[in-house]
Design a protein. Sequence first.
Length: 608
Amino acid sequence: MCGIVGYVGQKNVTPILIEGLKKLEYRGYDSAGVAVVNNGKVDMVKTKGRLAVLEDKLKNLNISGTVGIGHTRWATHGEPNDVNSHPHMSNNHKIAVVHNGIIENYMQLKEFLISKGYEFKSETDTEVVAHLIEYNYKGNLVKAVMNTLNDVEGAYALGVVCTDCPHQVVAARKDSPLIVGLGQGENFIASDIPAILEHTRDILILEDREVVSLTTEGAEIYNLLGEKVEREVFHVDWDVASAEKGGYEHFMMKEMFEEPSVIKATINPRIQNNDIVLDKFRLTDEMLFNCEKINIVACGTAYHAGVVGKYLIEKLARIPVEVDVASEFRYRDPMVNEKQITIVISQSGETLDTLMAMREAKKKGSRILAIVNVVGSSIAREADDVLYTWAGPEIAVASTKAYNTQLSALYLVALSFARRKGLLDDKTYQTYLSQLQEIPQCVEQVLQQREMIQKFAYEHFNAKSVFFIGRGLDHALSMEGSLKLKEISYIHSEAYAGGELKHGTIALIEEGTLVVCPLTQEHLFEKMVSNIREVKARGAVVLAITPEKHVEEVTKVADAVIAIPDIEPLFAPAVAVTPLQLFAYYVSVMKGNDVDKPRNLAKSVTVE
């Protein structure tokens, strides 16, 4: 969840750390800090608050050197304050550490260190690591880190500097992302590629339980046995502009406007000669025909995409599908076996709950199909089959384009499975493929209606509670629309199946209550109109999203209607989600919130 950056080279490290942390602030923004090795000491500056607070603090200090580490934090252990902020220093003030993750056995380690005379200043689990490295240090920083990690349980990405090693940064990872950037006479560590992209495009991706030593000459990777590990260099081929705002006020708006192009990038290359071709898939027809059940496992927005996936796969491929929240899946002793396929969905490919759930399913014999955005991520590396969503960097904490591309990938999977099982004739299959390729253009048309959506948001941004109701795929869509609104506007919002209203929820509808209703499913259209009449009769204000052909009819029952292009109902969620994203965005802007960095949240959830 936190952001880490480190540098060793010839340049002044402080501005490099700050600029790198700016690219990582979406990963956490409760506090920030830097540690710089200079003239036999570690200069450390850290503070509660956004990175701008740290930047202002550094303006009045002369902190310079050529080796250092930086951190922007999403708090886990200890409230956000100056003391709990990273980096953390060893008792002898020679070693500084930054950390992303959770040390599960830190209390036992802390008791041991206290018995050895170590004093603790913070409430964090990370301070244990700094003191334990000092305890293990015998003149070789790499070995001290290795010995420390042999005693540590939990998830970590670490950056370490030491005054005795003034030209070295040591880093390590387990279940938390960390990369190495290779430059000319300078090298970097970071939690994510955008932090160092303006300096280098040559990347080493660390794997679990590996330690790397960086100097100006290069980077050497070791396993925890001390054996040197060779690693292929990964060259980043997307440009810096992909991770910049590009003139938009917020990353979220920029990323919504990228939806047409990234959907096209995910779909079009996989349709060749009027057929779906899934790259990096080794799933045989025998495995598919013998599949008894598909598990879809994910968190948050990716989970909502998975709920859509359940509808698609069951309808088209006629395979039973169970959708699970990843954090629950692994702890309920799921009934998984070798005749099942488990689809895991994660934008970052590092979501810890999803990664652990995947490992649980794999241990029980299930074949793993991963839908991820980040090449070389942990989930991508460990899965049996991978389908990349070519969404590019997504910086805003509230996911938008990643969701659209996850849906696109699920459409490809569902149609491919159905075709391979012989459940779609040629004409139907080609019609679906044609409609699938029209999604980007449809989203483009929706984005042109942003001013109307903005106007409606202006009229309702002071709402205290909002309900989203839908049926079938529209219920799955409502779940994501509700999440978008609550996470960036802080308005209480819930999503319900339209048919469930009369079983309790309608008691909450009163005069002026805002209800958002997607109506995109033809076979459920009349039933949803009835549900709208039910809430209108109780005083609700209704915003409807419906295809153009139904606008006239829906206008008779709803207070406002957003039209989406007429499209095959199965594909409607990938189009109808965009107005819901825009609505949440404009409500948040009008409330004066930080759209890209909503409170208490972070982008890549690498803790349990």
